[in-house]
Structure formats: structure tokens, C-alpha cells
Design a protein around this ligand. Structure first.
Ligand code: C2E
Ligand code: MG
Ligand code: MG
Length: 711
């Protein structure tokens, strides 16, 4: 030890030795400290660089070199700061020039307080730089590569932005609750939807409070808050979505859907489905109802019937209904009037029902169907059928006119006439068909065996349809005689159908069918033309009588077809006589009367056929002055009866009084002719005078016996 050495009187004085010791010791300590410092600097995770007051580098660590990709051989202690910057520009890591970089850094260097800033390198990395001035001048910079962190932050920010945009722009209202049941998200649409403010529903509001607030504000009509909270809890526990409709006091409907979130808490969405629900309701209504009358349609009727039959314990009746003469109404008055009539019929039918549960449906056109439930007896069905017939028989009066239609009904009863909907409907249709073929304003119950009759009738319709193009129709002519002069004054055209399958058919067999199918219109037109053409070759002055159906008169265009037949044949209007029946005049249709008047003005004569068989009301004679009355042959056949003879006498007297020709139909005996002559009847027609004959035969007859030139 140097101290001991000194005591011994050695060469080194004690103090000096002491001083040397201390300084060596300090040197050691300093070296050690330096090593520790270097080790710490070298091992720190950030880059570090220290500069002296002359801006020369004192020390830097490997991370600093690495971060800036510097060359350690160039960047060594003693290098000036500006040279480091130049080097970094040289190696291409700096994104600006050295001078620019220096100009940016200089204010920080000169500043006496610590500062932090960021620098972006040419490769896109972001370096955070912490600048600390040193007490004796110079500074220390700590460098940290924060690229990853910054990117993550930016991504998060972008995600937030997108989330906010989505939330603000979604068409649904949205609330999000955290695991503690507190509201953490609420979008604008939610506030708009319920017309509430953010202060009504601040974030942090609990689910229960939110529900209570909606009730308080009078937005929801009625909800049970406890049960709603319980429902949410159940939906969270089961991790299942739950949806329910909420009815708002303002009439709107909102679909509320709760969806649990995987990390706890849940999302509620609110969807205003008012319009959608209304459209859906409208669609279902449309799909199940007839648009014109608002009655249930075929589909709904079928559903109800099928359903009723599934557990039917009591009998029920199916009524198949069809309007009579509806086509004529449509043709005469136009479709708006037809539509109005159908609506009025629908109303009346509905009023005929006695039970809330009974249904009347429209199947289309003028077809309606009724189900009468809980039949106690057949008499119930019969009563309803009668009510319907009566209700529809009354005239339908709209603003300007009275319309007359009738209705026919076919009835099938469950379980007697069928156990399923198809059979019952088919059988009701069969019964309807029967009712229609028997006349108008009738109801018929289904009976076994009716099907065969219906099939036969359908076959007749089909054959009849084909007969006109196949030219199977022909006309016979029956002469008409003036009783006073015993001269033939004309002939009536009577239609015949020479069917290859059915033989020759009398008009009574097929005219009603042709009237129903509408075939009578072209058929009648054909008859007119054919009759006039035949009459053209008869001696001038002889009349031709043609029968005209009410359907033809109502079909529109009738006058035109008459005029065209006259023009075609060259027969003057004064030789044509149109025979109509009472029903034509009974129908108070203005167009029909107008047509008849128009024809009469042309000089065509109108005869009232089958007089006495219809309603025999004389009222219509006043409304439309006919030229001739034809007493039905049933009266002539019965002339032996005193009462009948009195009626015939009265009609002849009436004719004379009104200046109308009276023709007796079906005169078969001289005795009948004598009585008629005795009573002053104008004309006679019947087998006694002449049977209906082929055109050629009648022409021969007329040429020999006719009253030439008489009118
Ligand atoms: P209608 O106009 O009253 O014709 C007279 C009917 O009496 C004819 O029957 C005729 O053959 C029949 N008849 C004539 N004299 C006698 C007789 O002395 N004794 C008997 N028992 N019968 C006699 P038809 O030809 O069967 O015609 C029946 C009905 O068919 C006609 O009655 C008429 O209403 C209708 N009809 C005939 N042709 C046409 C037509 O072209 N168009 C339309 N719409 N109806 C027609
Ligand atoms: Mg006739
Ligand atoms: Mg007649």
C-alpha cells in the first residue's frame, strides 16, 4: 500500500501517493460508469444520439444506426449533425434535403426545453423524436419507430368513422346496450323514428328506463315493462334474436329486434314497417277479395269452405248463382252500368244472409256463390233461395234508369250432395244449370241424375255452336190469311235445325239455348237475311214475318242488321213484320223501345206474338203502339170454352178499337175459323190455312193464292 510505503520512508511521499490512488480509483469508477452507460445505451429499445454544444455527435447507439439505416463507419462520434443529415440524404432514407431537415430541427436544437416531434422517412416509416437539451450545451435525441402503432391508431380511427357513418345513415333506429344493461350507442334514426331528443334518451340510460320513457312520452300504446325486460334477459340467456311488433299511438308499427352480442350486451334495432305492413295487408286483401264488389273471391271462398268442411258437424248449403240477362245489360247500357249493377247485386245478396258467418263470394262475371252454415233443414236453404230471387227481381234503379235482371240458383247440400268442396261446387253448378234451362228467376236443388241432363245440355250447346258455320239451319214458311177476303197476305218464317246427329229440331228445342249462349244474335241475323231474300221472289205486297228474340233486340246493332237485310234483299220496309214477345216490352229498357220506334218509323211493322201467354198486362201497349197482336194458339185451341172465347172476343175488340190487326194463331178447324170470322178477327194462321213449308213450296202456293198487290 502506498501509505505504508511512505511511513517506511520510501521514495513516494504519502500525500502524493494518496492523490494518485484516489485519481486511479476515480478513473476506474469513471470507466466502469462509462461501460455501464454504454451498455445501457446500447441495449435500450430506442435509438439514441447525443450531441455537444458544437452540434457534434458524442455518442449514438446501434438502434439509432439501424432506424435510419446509417453507415456506422460514417456516423461516428465527432461527426457534425448536418453531416449526419447529408449522409441520410445520400443513402436515400431522408424524404427532404439536408438543409430542409436542418431547418426543421434547428428550432428544437436552439430551444432550451424538451420537445417531441415526428418525422416520416422516405420508406414511409414514422419516427418519433424526443429532443432534450443538455445542461452544458448540446442535446440528446431518443428515436422510436412508431409506424405500427400509428397505423393501428389510424385504422381504429377509420373504423370509428365508418361505424359512425353507418350508424348515422342506416334506415333503422339502433340502440346498443353494454353487459351492464346501459345504453352505449344510439343513432340519429332512433331519435327521428320516435320523434324524441337525445336528452330524452341519454347514453347510460338503462333498458328499463328507456322503455318507461317511451311510455311516459306516450309513444307506445301499451307495453308491460317488466315482461319486456324479462324477454330481453331470456333472449340474452338463450343467445337468440327476438323480434316483436310495437304499435305506436300515432298508428305506426315498428318492428323491434333484439340481438345479443358475443362479448356481452345487446343491440336493438327499430324498423318502421307501417307502409310494408299496410301493403302486405292490402295484398292479402286483394288476393282474397274481388276488386269490383269487395266480396271474398274464389280463393278465399275455397279456403273458408275447405276449412268449414274439415270439422263440419252440421249440414251446410252451397248456392251457385248466376244473373239472368246480365249480358244484355252490359251490351245495352255499357260496362260502367254493368259494374254498378254487379255492385248493387253484391249488396243485396249480402243483405239476404241471415247469419254473420254465412258467406257470399264473387267468382267472376255474374257468378256468385253463397255458403249457408248450420242448416237445420232444407227449408232454411229454400228460404234463403227465395229471399235471393225476390231481392234480385226488384228493379235496380240508378240515376237515370231502371234495370231488370233475374237470378238463377243451384243448391247442393253437405253432406247429402257431396263431402268435399269440389263435388259440392260441381253439383251446385249442375243444379244451377238446370234452373237456368228451365227458365229465369228459379232455384233448383241438386238431384242425382242431373249430371246426365247437364251433359246432354252442354252437348247441345256445342252442337248448336257448330251448326251455323255448317249451314244446318233452314227456314220454313207458314202462310197467313186475311179472314174477310180469304186471301193469303203473307207468311211467317220459322226456323228449323237439320242436325245430322239429332234429326230436324223445332225452334222450341234450340232457340232458348241459343238465347242463353248468345248464338241467337248471329243466328237471328242470318234468319232475317234469309227470310227477306226468300220474300223478294214472292208477289209484291206479300208480307214476311220474322221472329225476333229479346236478346237480339238488346244486343245493340239490331236496327242496323234489319236495314242491311232489307237492302241486301231489296224488299221494301213495309213488307217486313217483326214478331216480338211481351217480355221485350216488359223490360223497360229505353234502348229497346228506341230501336223499335226507329224501325217502325222506317215502315217496318211490329207484331206482338203469343199474346196472352205472358204477363198480359196491357200497360205496355200504351207505351209502345204495336201494329199487330197475335193471339196465342192455346186460346184458339180452347175456343170451345166460354171464358176463353170471351177473352178472344175482347182482344179482337181491343184490336179493332186501337186500329190494330189481330191474327189468330194455330187455327186448325173450320169451326175455329168461323168463330173468329164471326167476331171480326183480321187474320188467321194455322194448319187449316197452311202448314209451315219449305221455301220453294210456299213460293208456289203464294203465287197461286195470294192477294196480289194487297197491303
Ligand atoms: P211462333 O212465332 O208463335 O210460331 C208459331 C208456332 O206455332 C210454330 O211453331 C208453328 O209451327 C206452330 N203452329 C202453326 N200453326 C199451328 C197449328 O195449327 N197448330 C199447332 N199446334 N201449331 C201450329 P214452331 O215452328 O215450332 O216455332 C215455335 C216458336 O219458335 C215460334 O213460335 C217462335 O216463337 C220461335 N221461333 C221460330 N223461328 C224463330 C226464329 O227465327 N227466331 C226466333 N227468335 N224465334 C223463332
Ligand atoms: Mg211468331
Ligand atoms: Mg206465336
Amino acid at each position: 500500500m502506498p501509505v505504508a510505503d511512505a511511513k517506511d520512508g520510501s521514495a513516494v511521499p504519502e500525500r502524493e501517493a494518496e492523490g494518485m490512488d484516489r485519481s486511479r480509483h476515480m478513473e476506474d469508477e469513471l470507466r466502469e460508469q462509462n461501460e455501464r452507460f454504454s451498455a445501457a445505451v446500447e441495449n435500450m429499445s430506442h435509438g439514441l444520439c447525443m450531441f455537444d454544444a458544437d452540434e457534434r455527435m458524442i455518442i449514438c447507439n446501434g438502434n439509432y444506426i439501424n432506424i435510419f439505416c446509417l453507415d456506422a463507419k460514417v456516423v461516428r462520434p465527432g461527426i457534425h449533425f448536418i453531416d449526419i443529415l447529408r449522409h441520410s440524404v445520400d443513402i436515400g432514407i431522408a424524404s427532404q434535403t439536408a438543409d430542409e431537415l436542418y431547418a426543421i430541427r434547428k428550432p428544437y436544437i436552439d430551444q432550451a426545453k424538451p420537445s417531441t416531434y415526428e418525422e416520416t422517412l422516405s420508406d414511409g416509416r414514422i419516427i418519433n423524436i424526443s429532443h432534450r437539451p443538455l445542461a452544458l450545451g448540446g442535446w440528446v435525441s431518443i428515436y422510436e419507430d412508431i409506424t405500427v402503432q400509428r397505423r393501428a391508431e389510424q385504422d381504429l380511427k377509420e373504423q370509428h368513422r365508418r361505424f359512425d357513418a353507418a350508424l348515422a345513415n342506416m334506415s333503422q333506429g339502433l340502440l346498443m346496450y353494454d353487459a351492464d344493461g346501459k345504453m352505449i350507442v344510439r343513432n340519429r334514426r332512433f331519435l327521428e323514428l320516435y320523434n324524441v331528443t337525445a336528452t330524452d334518451f341519454p347514453l347510460g340510460t338503462t333498458h328499463r328506463d328507456a322503455l318507461e320513457r317511451l311510455l311516459e312520452l306516450g309513444i307506445y300504446t301499451k307495453i308491460d315493462v317488466d315482461s319486456e325486460v324479462a324477454k330481453t334477459e331470456a333472449c340474452l340467456a338463450a343467445a337468440k334474436t327476438h323480434s316483436a311488433y310495437r304499435h305506436l299511438t300515432d298508428g305506426r308499427t315498428v318492428l323491434v329486434t333484439r340481438r345479443p352480442m358475443s362479448g356481452g350486451g345487446w343491440v336493438v334495432t327499430f324498423d318502421d314497417v307501417t307502409e310494408r305492413r299496410r301493403t302486405e295487408e292490402r295484398m292479402t286483401h286483394l288476393a282474397h277479395h274481388d276488386t269490383l264488389t269487395g266480396l271474398p273471391n274464389r280463393q278465399m271462398f275455397r279456403e273458408r269452405l275447405d276449412h268449414a268442411l274439415e270439422d263440419a258437424s252440421a249440414p251446410l248449403a252451397i248456392f251457385s248463382l248466376d244473373l239472368d240477362r246480365f249480358k244484355a245489360i252490359n251490351d245495352t247500357w255499357g260496362h260502367p252500368a254493368g259494374d254498378w249493377l254487379l255492385k248493387s247485386v253484391a249488396d243485396r245478396l249480402q243483405r239476404c244472409l241471415r247469419s254473420e258467418t254465412d258467406i257470399v263470394a264473387r267468382f267472376g262475371g255474374d257468378e256468385f256463390v253463397i255458403i249457408e252454415f248450420n242448416l237445420k233443414s232444407i227449408a232454411d236453404a229454400e228460404k234463403l233461395a227465395k229471399r235471393v230471387v225476390e231481392a234480385i227481381a226488384k228493379p235496380f234503379r240508378d240515376k237515370s234508369r231502371d234495370m231488370h235482371v233475374g237470378i238463377s240458383l243451384g243448391i247442393a247440400v253437405f253432406p247429402d250432395d257431396g263431402s268435399d268442396a269440389d263435388t259440392l261446387l260441381k253439383n251446385a253448378d249442375t243444379a244451377l244449370y238446370r234452373a237456368k234451362s228451365e227458365g229465369h228467376n228459379l232455384y233448383r236443388f241438386f238431384e242425382p241424375g242431373m249430371d246426365a241432363m247437364v251433359l246432354a245440355r252442354r252437348a247441345l250447346e256445342t252442337d248448336l255452336e257448330a251448326a251455323l258455320p255448317r249451314q244446318e239451319f233452314d227456314l220454313d214458311f207458314q202462310p197467313i190469311m186475311n179472314i174477310a177476303s180469304s186471301e193469303i197476305v203473307g207468311a211467317e218464317a220459322l226456323m228449323r235445325w237439320h242436325s245430322p246427329e239429332r234429326g230436324t229440331m223445332a225452334p222450341d228445342k234450340f232457340i232458348p239455348v241459343a238465347e242463353e249462349t248468345g248464338l241467337i244474335v248471329p243466328l237471328g241475323e242470318w234468319a232475317l237475311r234469309k227470310a227477306c231474300t226468300a220474300a223478294a221472289s214472292w208477289p209484291a205486297g206479300l208480307r214476311i214475318a220474322v221472329n225476333v228474340s229479346a236478346v237480339q233486340l238488346k244486343s245493340g246493332g239490331f236496327a242496323r242488321s234489319v236495314i242491311s237485310a232489307l237492302a241486301f234483299s231489296g224488299v221494301p220496309a213495309g213488307r217486313l213484320e217483326l214478331e216480338i214477345t211481351e217480355t221485350v216490352l216488359m223490360d223497360e229498357s229505353e234502348t229497346v223501345l228506341k230501336t223499335l220506334r226507329q224501325l217502325r218509323e222506317l215502315g217496318i211493322r211490329i207484331a206482338l206474338d203469343d199474346f196472352g201467354t205472358g204477363y198480359s198486362s196491357l200497360g205496355y201497349l200504351r207505351r209502345f203502339p204495336v201494329d199487330k197482336i197475335k193471339i196465342d194458339r192455346s186460346f184458339i185451341h180452347d175456343l170451345g170454352n166460354r171464358d176463353t172465347a170471351a177473352i178472344v172476343r175482347t182482344v179482337i175488340g181491343l184490336g179493332a178499337e186501337l186500329g190494330i190487326t189481330v191474327t189468330a194463331e194455330g187455327v186448325e178447324t173450320e169451326a175455329q175459323l168461323d168463330i173468329l170470322r164471326g167476331n171480326g178477327c183480321t187474320e188467321a194462321q194455322g194448319y187449316l190455312i197452311g202448314v209451315p213449308s219449305r221455301a220453294a213450296d210456299i213460293q208456289r202456293l203464294l203465287k197461286t193464292t195470294a192477294a196480289f198487290g194487297s197491303g
